[in-house]
Ligand binder design. Structure first.
Ligand SMILES: Cc1ncc(C[n+]2csc(CCOP(=O)(O)OP(=O)(O)O)c2C)c(N)n1
Length: 309
């Protein structure tokens, strides 16, 4: 889990750099600081379980097992990318790992995952569907419709809200009257839990239990994972809506630092072992950037292929 979290961080930091150098175009929403929710959740699933996530979902996709070379190629708009260079940062899709897509539309992945959960229920194939979304999604109509039907039909669905306290530049308290995000589930009589989203083991345990219940026919679980994005909403965000002190306080709770401290203390992992992990990840990212740069752009004639309507 530690290595995968480090891989996500390194991927995102490399993308920030490539974005500044204009090798990556369009929008890019880094998930730096939110690696524990992604890895904790995906490691608790089976490889063939379904997942939807958001434009901030690179971490979740990498945690679910996306090919990092193909992911980087997508960022650079290359034909070898996970969406053949036509999806960009916000539309990674790979059905081979159960990834039914990131989504640029807030909350749009929630009903898609509910549909996947319904198909799993009808096919009795034992799969569950995980949908990861932000706190901004919980005021969207599509979110409410999906929760209602998921609970009514006891769909094998896991709803994981990454509550990072802001929807773009709007603080949660300015868009939401609830004491806590998880209370949204109460209106649907849905089981709900709150976890420390920067504690990878807490997220893993919550999702594992939710998956167990879903596979047993007990229906959906709503999980509020409290976390924080350490970078802006997107590159170029002035971040005027939050203080430097607040960001610094959350840096102290960096999920990677925390896991490293735990592994060193409780499991006796040495600095040399950590160094080896970081070196391996660095090499993987360098290889991915090289692969992406050396890949061709898609042919303009392919612009209208691979569409699903
Ligand atoms: C339906 C819809 N409305 C508005 C937007 C513009 N928008 C993009 S990101 C975003 C904030 C979403 O915040 P949140 O769900 O908390 O996720 P986070 O970005 O914090 O991960 C908004 C409003 C959109 N993409 N889709």
């Amino acid at each position: 889990m530690y290595e995968r979290m480090v891989l996500i961080r390194a991927f995102e930091e490399a993308c920030v750099q490539l974005y500044m150098e204009k090798e990556i175009r369009g929008s890019f929403h880094p998930c730096v600081g939110q690696e524990a929710t992604a890895v904790g959740a995906c490691f608790a699933l089976n490889p063939d379980d379904y997942m939807t996530c958001t434009y901030r979902g690179h971490g979740a996709c990498i945690a679910k097992g996306i090919d990092v070379n193909a992911a980087m190629a997508e960022m650079l708009g290359r034909r070898t990318g996970v969406s053949k260079g036509k999806g960009g940062s916000m539309h990674w899709t790979d059905p081979s790992i159960g990834l039914l897509g990131e989504n640029a539309i807030v909350a749009a992945g929630v009903p898609i995952a509910a549909g996947a959960a319904l198909s799993a229920q009808l096919d009795r194939n034992g799969r569950v569907a995980l949908t990861i979304f932000g706190d901004g999604a919980i005021n969207q109509g599509a979110f409410h419709e999906a929760l209602n039907i998921a609970q009514l039909w006891k769909l094998p669905l896991i709803l994981l809200c990454e509550n990072n306290l802001y929807a773009e530049m709007t603080p949660l308290a300015k868009s939401n009257p609830l004491a806590q995000v998880a209370d949204r589930a109460k209106g649907y009589n849905m089981r709900a839990v709150v976890v420390d989203g920067n504690d990878v083991c807490a997220v893993y345990d919550a999702v594992r239990e939710a998956a167990r219940l879903a596979r047993a026919g007990e229906g959906p679980t709503f999980i509020e994972a409290r976390t924080y994005r350490l970078l802006g909403h997107m590159i170029g965000d002035s971040e005027s809506y939050r203080t430097k002190e607040e960001v610094a306080a959350w840096r102290e709770r960096d999920p990677i630092k925390r896991l490293r401290a735990h592994l060193a203390q409780a499991e006796g992992v040495t600095d040399a072992e950590f160094d080896a992990i970081h070196a391996r990840v660095q090499q993987q990212i360098e290889d991915a950037v090289k692969f992406a740069r050396e890949s061709p752009y898609p042919d303009p004639e392919e612009a209208y292929t691979d569409f699903w309507i």
